[in-house]
Write a protein that binds this ligand. Structure first.
Ligand SMILES: Cc1cc2nc3c(=O)[nH]c(=O)nc-3n(C[C@H](O)[C@H](O)[C@H](O)COP(=O)(O)OP(=O)(O)OC[C@H]3O[C@@H](n4cnc5c(N)ncnc54)[C@H](O)[C@@H]3O)c2cc1C
Length: 391
């Protein structure tokens, strides 16, 4: 799509500067595009989907082989950004997908997530090993492994720092000439011939193309027929304190990987190694898809009953070294599409508007690579995978 020639317009405006928007702004600036990023807050912030210290990254994605290339490319981009900024972004300490015999909770809508992960590893050429319950118990004494549990394990996966990635990309984008408008809320956008007009609570801007990367605020910007395919859900991250320094040490990144565990419990659990000291706790979380919410309505407090239920159902039976003391919790929002799908597509009514909703609870690991896709949709007419189209 050709850029407009008017002075005072941008090649692209990026609406929302969270995981996806920051990545897109960086990649656009890197390609020499005249870009403006707008956010209603000052990312990184704690009101959307990109906070809580860590995100799992995996190249073998049980959600589908179409995702692997984005994660692999993101790893390269994060290493490039680490070299540019001096920030520590990516730790490759390995990944476990644990499951077992009998009925297990699905992960990201995939019932046999371990098998799907193995298939994705084969497709992506990722080396892995398979562990039985005896090997799991021996390697990971922090876990109470159930008889018959088995696991996929690889060493290319690990965790990434979401807030630092946003910060690194926004800083680097600005250094490359991107303009950034923070604490400015977009109130409307519309395509008019060869440009898009974006109105905020402060200004009116024009651009050749607009990328809408509004996270959980996206459904509120779309007409009902499009908004209905997105469901925003409240998720809670917990940090539980270990019972002792010795128990905490079992979670050190040198010996403990990130994991997704299809438990014999209502929900799967996922978690991380300890990234700080004893008092910083060990982070883990489940996922719920039962109750829809909005960024405006969501309860951002976590009550003692919720913490107790998390501990009794998911922590105590499976993590003997963690105590009931929850040192921290955070509420975060998923924007879910059926089948744990991403939507990255041109707006059906406005061909100069690209909508990016790659979340469904597994988007961060792909964000740097998706930023590149979004930038190339603007500058080079790159087409997204048809599996990411609006339904
Ligand atoms: C609890 C939790 C755990 C997760 N775990 C993982 C994981 O382990 N691995 C993984 O890969 N992924 C994970 N994810 C998913 C991943 O974090 C998200 O897919 C990703 O962060 C989404 O980024 P985003 O840019 O779409 O949204 P956000 O980062 O929320 O950004 C949207 C931005 O748009 C701005 N905005 C919205 N409306 C307006 C407006 N009108 N005007 C101006 N600005 C606006 C907002 O202020 C916000 O900054 C997790 C998500 C959550 C919530």
């Amino acid at each position: 799509m050709p850029p407009t020639s008017d002075l005072g317009t941008y090649d692209a405006i990026v609406l929302g500067l969270g995981a996806m928007g920051a990545a897109a702004a960086y990649q656009l600036a890197k390609r020499g595009a005249k870009v403006l990023g707008i956010d209603q807050y000052a990312p990184p912030h704690e009101l959307g989907s990109t906070h809580g210290d860590t995100r799992i990254t995996r190249i073998a994605c049980g959600e589908g082989p179409e995702y692997s290339a984005f994660a692999a490319r993101s790893h390269e981009i994060w290493r490039e950004l680490e070299a540019k900024t001096g920030l520590d972004l990516l730790t490759q300490n390995g990944f476990l997908a644990i499951s077992g015999a009998g009925q297990r909770s699905a992960n990201h809508g995939v019932a046999r997530f371990l098998d799907a992960t193995v298939a994705a590893a084969k497709a992506a050429g990722v080396s892995y090993d398979l562990l039985d319950s005896a090997a799991l118990r021996q390697r990971y004494p922090a876990l109470t492994i159930v008889d018959g549990d088995a696991a996929y394990h690889d060493t290319v996966s690990g965790f990434v720092r979401p807030e630092r990635c946003v910060e690194a990309q926004l800083k680097t984008a600005a250094a490359l000439g991107a303009e950034v408008a923070l604490n400015e809320k977009v109130v409307s956008f519309a395509q008019d011939g060869s440009s898009v007009t974006v109105k905020t609570d402060k200004e009116t801007y024009r651009a050749s193309q607009l990328i809408v990367a509004a996270g959980a605020w996206l459904p509120g910007m779309l007409k009902a027929g499009l908004a209905g395919q997105f469901m925003v859900t409240r998720q809670v991250l917990y940090w539980f304190r270990a019972r002792s320094e010795a128990a905490h040490a079992l979670f050190s990144p040198a010996r403990f990987p990130v994991y997704i565990w299809q438990l014999p419990a209502p929900q799967s659990i996922y978690g991380f190694p300890a990234t700080g000291g004893l008092e910083d706790g060990v982070k883990l979380a489940t996922e719920q898809y039962d109750v829809a919410t909005t960024p405006e309505q969501v309860s951002r407090t976590v009550g003692p009953d919720e913490v107790r239920e998390m501990y009794e159902t998911y922590v105590k039976p499976f993590f003997p070294g963690l105590s009931p003391v929850c040192v921290r919790h955070k509420v975060c929002l998923y924007t879910w599409v059926d089948g744990a799908r991403f939507v990255i597509d041109r707006h059906p009514d406005f061909q100069r508007v690209i909508v990016a909703s790659p979340c469904s609870g597994h988007g961060f690991k792909h964000s740097a690579g998706i930023g590149e896709l979004l930038a190339e949709m603007v500058t080079a007419g790159r087409k997204p995978d048809p599996r990411f189209a609006f339904s």
